[in-house]
Ligand binder design. Sequence first.
Ligand code: ADP
Ligand code: G6P
Length: 483
Amino acid sequence: MSKTIILSNRLPVQLRISEGRIEAIPSVGGLATGMKSVHQDGESLWIGWSGLTREETPGDLEGDIDKALAGHGCLKVSLSREEVDGFYFGFSNRTLWPLFHYFMEYSEFELANWEVYEAVNRKFADAVVEEAGEEDVVWVHDYQLLLVPEMVRQQRPGLSIGFFLHIPFPSFEIFRTLPWRKEILRGLLGADLIGFHTYDYERHFLSSVRRLLGLEVNFNEIHLEGRVAKVDSFPMGIDYKKFREAALRHAAMEEGEESDLQRRLNLHKASTPEAKFFLSIDRLDYTKGIAKRLKAFEYFLQKYPHYREKVRLIILAVPSRSKVPQYRRLKKEIDELVGRINGELSTVSWTPIWYFYRSLEFENLIDLYTSCDIAWLTPIRDGMNLVAKEYIATRTDQSGVLILSEMAGAANELHEALLINPNNFEQIAQALDQAINMPPEEQAARNAPMQKRLERYDVEKWAQDFMDSLLAQKKQDAPYVAS
Ligand code: ADP
Ligand code: G6P
């Protein structure tokens, strides 16, 4: 029987060793949370990095680690500390991530990191080649593994290979600045199908292929020697049912069954019933616009002082890539901003910002989604932003307002939200004011069509569409391969 091999740097669980015992923690981030649902339902093997370097892995625990991963349908690619530094913290997160998100000034072009990136991509490709049967389908994910499709293709030309990019593909003018731009395009073109979240990212990619490789592009097909690679957009969905059911369970909870977090939220709501909670949830990443959001909140409270003591911003920032200097600097900036704003504006009975710097359990995430009147998500640039979709899915009574950056891929599908430019504080302040005063009927009228759309095109449908399209592409190619 054929299976799907999912390949990504991040597995759905991260391993840690605590007091000689292995702990498996769910991974955070759109790729892992989205693909987890697809993986659970299907016949698939997921290959990726365990989160531990070889140096952190005691030899006598190797077997247990493999067993722990196998329990989740996963297989590890073993990486040394040096490889993780050059490949993950280096080329992936100090070159590609900032460049693809238009943070050109953060992007470093280090030959040594590129070489490690290439070598580690080869390791992932070799792991696929070893595991894949003739009929298997390979689905490679994200910017950490851009070279893998071509590397697998060279060794196994007959395999069906798909690739999906979870972050934006930048415009040609940005992409062309990368010294290894052609190698990256060729790497991707090893796939039969290359998927993006939006039509704009797809268009940018095709333009780079045309201008940098001079290849013939026919609508969304690229003609290569002996085969055709297809490019298309597939906006990633969420596990709508899971979020909706969790929210319904949550609503049906008896008194005393709530989490500590929920109890505290309820307490605050009861003491000031007219108070509004603004919610902001992201990985702590400069692309998410967290520092700007804090400054915009301060601006809002200056412009509309009558909202002081009536609104509260709950910021949840999940620790991420803290070995990269920009992330460390951002953490410091956010700590200072929260401290300053709370210091200047707090009263004995009111703290304007509640700030959590940690990962939360799924149930606590639901507590926040369902308790906050307004979700305020303003990335400066974001491939999709699943948090926005998750918030809408949990609003089972159709109340709640989503304020969303137009720079997030999700804005294309969530156009009933209040869409703002994250750099325009005036517009943001007005949107917050509008959200606070939005009548319940208008909230429902905006949320209902978004919910319908999210329910119809959920993560399962997204994966199925991608797979159907990949298999159709392969069929079309078959005569070429045979000749
Ligand atoms: P990104 O992939 O850039 O991190 P997304 O918004 O697309 O951004 O995806 C983030 C995912 O991580 C969501 O599925 C969300 O539920 C999950 N997540 C975000 N914050 C937390 C948290 N504090 N604890 C657990 N999971 C979280
Ligand atoms: C984004 C990327 C993913 C990545 C996730 C978390 O969603 O597209 O590839 O896994 O962020 O980041 P991390 O560096 O912790 O894997």
